[in-house]
Ligand binder design. Structure first.
Ligand SMILES: Cc1cc2nc3c(=O)[nH]c(=O)nc-3n(C[C@H](O)[C@H](O)[C@H](O)COP(=O)(O)OP(=O)(O)OC[C@H]3O[C@@H](n4cnc5c(N)ncnc54)[C@H](O)[C@@H]3O)c2cc1C
Length: 682
């Protein structure tokens, strides 16, 4: 039933594109399709992705997706489960039809940008595919993988990665779940002895999983061998009832990812065969003898991969928010700049440009830096297969650095972009709140950001010490040795190369100062652990700058390197503008650190401000075409403000009319609460 008589009879969304948005597209200096192909990784990949996405989006009801926030907790879990299963089914069908026996559609596309946003409540099987399957591939023996890894990969069973407990997440050695080896029965006996030992947080554990990979302390003859992984069945495969000794449930509503049904798990004397401990590296033999892993960090290697995934996906989230805010800023008009003139598109207010364009540039910078990280990941995986572990510390530290800076910057960036949409950005139908809570979650999971910065800080201390002895350094930290050799920065020219050098110089000198403070504390008799704790702030500052210096150099290399010759001149100009904006705004953001080590005059700073304003103006005509090049579908953006056609007001209105609160002209609360109160005279 309609609420009341409306001044417009029905909300009708025009089928045409908003003329302001169309003009933006017509006036762009470059072809957004070239951007889209570059962003996707080539024309062929773009074509492939679009084909898959079209197939994936068939039969999905857009207006239903917009109503996500009006659903109950249970309804969201149900619709997320349906969405995730629907996606899996479609990809499997595509695999069957187009490349039977391969894995390019299923499961590989399940974690790609094509799937992003299609399950707005969060995918309850995301952890299963992003983490669990990969952890099993890395940690199982071939026999184990054939026995249960393959079943999971084929989705015959479903599961999650259960590491965090109510009492411990960061400090893995503090985990309390224990797995005691019973020689008599050739089994492990698993227990979570206290409330604080309950597994807490694993995605999909609450209602979706019937198996999980549990990180538990291995005990043999009551002697602890540290955390190891155990594959456990937690629910019956037919009835889905919890198995004996298993206490399992949902941890309750969270800021976001409601459909992911993060869960808890208690275990009481749950027995599993010895062969359910993952034994590719560390092993327990039938006689109880223990073979340790050749390198301990391999236990946590699945987390390294997930951090690579986060660096890329948070860049995508920022790009999505930038698309919404930029399109909206092109269609909304407000506040004449000169009296008596027409109200401009809000994108013409320079301060608005300052909210939008730096975030566009930041998402592009992180996406490029994460491509470098993925290449390093692939090289390191091959090395590990050949028993070579030399680049592992570098990969670990770089994946942490990028995960931290990208999740931090995308979170603040999405919030800036939400504010850039004014009041309507606060509507859940803008989808900004959903993107924000997804972005900020990544600051905590897969290693809390501060804790990761401290780990990078320690890696930098070791590397600085190694450089002092003349030892060779891995490529991404070689700049530390260069700064040791040439301690003078030279002069500030403001060229891009010079700016990269300046950020590296600041990172190296922050590392030098942290190293000095750390060494002083050690020489005053502090233990290494206490000295590290007391130098923690300096460690995190050095680590953050190290991450930023890496993004500076990776993005500059992509824009100015040999591949630029394969791009059109117009497109190169756009990328150069994005690079210029990214380097200038980030240099200004980090000015406190830079000024400590580098002489910049007032004129240099004024020039940077001029460059910032100039490049905003240069990017203005291309902003809409750039975000079009990010190539999100309307369904993925799931936003009344950011759709391709720019019909924002009609979509806002339409979503409001469909709100359950507007399905009755008088709400129940009027009769039950408001009216009785007004009539009671109390
Ligand atoms: C959305 C979401 C999904 C998740 N999914 C999963 C999952 O699928 N599986 C799973 O196992 N877990 C999951 N987690 C849990 C997540 O991995 C942990 O919350 C995360 O590792 C942080 O650990 P913590 O909660 O123990 O934080 P804490 O370590 O308790 O952090 C609290 C504060 O203490 C500080 N702190 C802690 N240790 C130190 C230190 N050594 N030095 C300085 N400061 C320190 C931190 O910086 C922080 O400020 C998820 C969490 C979230 C939010």
């Amino acid at each position: 039933m309609a609420t009341s008589t409306s001044v417009i009879p029905n909300s009708v969304i025009p089928t045409t594109v908003n003329p302001d948005l169309q003009k933006e597209r017509d006036a762009a200096s470059f072809n957004s399709e070239e951007f889209a192909a570059w962003w996707a990784g080539g024309e062929e990949v773009l074509k492939f992705n679009r084909g898959v996405r079209k197939y994936m989006e068939k039969d999905i009801d857009f207006s239903e997706m917009l109503q996500l926030q009006n659903k109950t907790h249970e309804e969201i879990i149900e619709s997320s489960t349906r969405g995730a299963i629907d996606g899996a089914k479609k990809l499997r069908r595509l695999q069957e039809e187009r490349n039977p026996g391969g894995d390019d559609y299923w499961p590989n596309m399940y974690e790609s940008q094509v799937m992003w946003g299609l399950v707005p409540g969060g995918n309850p099987f995301g952890v299963m595919y992003v983490m669990l399957v990969k952890a099993l591939q890395a940690q199982c023996t071939p026999e184990q993988y054939a026995e249960f890894g393959k079943r999971l990969e084929r989705f015959e069973i479903c599961g999650t990665y259960a590491q965090t407990e109510l009492g411990h997440g960061t400090y893995l050695r503090g985990l309390e779940t224990r797995a005691d080896f019973d020689r008599e029965t050739d089994e492990f006996v698993l227990n979570t002895p206290k409330i604080s030992s309950y597994k807490w947080w694993p995605g999909g554990l609450g209602h979706s999983s019937n198996h999980c990979l549990v990180m538990a302390q291995l005990y043999i003859d009551n002697k602890c061998k540290g955390p190891h992984m155990f594959f456990i069945q937690v629910r019956d495969e037919e009835t889905h009832e919890p198995l004996p000794g298993v206490h399992i449930g949902d941890i309750g509503k969270k800021m976001g990812f409601i459909g992911v049904n993060n869960g808890f798990l208690g275990l009481k004397n749950v027995r599993i065969p010895r062969t359910r401990m993952l034994m590719r590296h560390a092993q327990v033999k039938a006689d109880g003898s223990y073979v340790s892993s050749p390198i301990n960090v391999l236990t946590y290697f699945a987390m390294v991969r997930t951090r690579c995934v986060i660096s890329k996906s948070n860049a995508v989230m920022l790009a999505a928010a930038a698309t919404i805010a930029t399109r909206y800023s092109a269609v909304r008009r407000q506040s004449p700049i000169n009296p008596n003139e027409r109200e401009p598109q809000i994108i013409d207010h320079v301060t608005q440009q300052m909210k939008l364009f730096p975030e566009i540039a930041t998402s592009v910078a992180y996406r490029q830096a994460s491509n470098y990280l993925w290449n390093l990941y692939d090289v390191t995986i091959k090395d590990i297969e050949n028993g070579k572990y030399e680049r592992l510390p570098e990969l670990h530290s770089l994946s942490c650095a990028l995960k931290v800076t990208c999740s931090t910057d995308s979170t603040t960036g999405v919030e800036k972009l939400r504010l850039a949409c004014g009041g309507h950005g606060y509507l859940t139908s803008s989808n900004m709140s959903n993107i924000y809570v997804a972005a900020t979650a990544a600051c905590t999971y897969e290693g809390e950001n501060t804790v990761l910065l401290l780990q990078i800080g320690r890696f930098l201390m070791k590397t600085w010490r190694a450089a002092l002895t003349g030892a060779p350094l891995p490529p991404t930290v070689r700049y530390l040795a260069e700064v040791q050799k040439n301690p003078e920065f030279g002069s500030w020219t403001g060229s891009w190369e010079n700016m990269v050098k300046a950020m590296q110089y600041a990172a190296a000198n922050r590392t030098r100062l942290a190293f000095k403070s750390f060494s002083n504390r050690l020489s005053r008799g502090e233990t290494e652990a206490n000295a590290a704790n007391h130098t923690g702030i300096e460690f995190t500052q050095a680590a953050e700058l190290h991450g930023r210096a890496f993004v500076f150099s990776a993005f500059t290399e992509v824009v100015t390197g040999p591949k630029s010759k394969t791009r059109s001149a117009n497109f190169n100009r756009v990328l150069e503008n994005l690079l210029e904006l990214y380097l200038v705004k980030e240099t200004l953001n980090q000015m406190g650190h830079l000024l400590r080590f580098i002489n910049l005059t007032d004129t240099d700073l004024t020039r940077l401000q001029d460059r910032l304003e100039t490049v905003l103006t240069k990017l203005r005509p291309d902003a809409v075409a750039i975000v079009d090049g990010f190539d999100f579908s309307d369904l993925q953006l799931n936003s009344t403000l950011g759709s391709y056609d720019g019909n924002a007001y009609e979509r806002i209105f339409d979503a409001a009319l469909k709100n359950p609160m507007n399905q009755k002209s008088v709400p129940k609360s009027f009769h039950e609460v408001l009216k009785p109160f007004m009539k009671s005279n109390i």
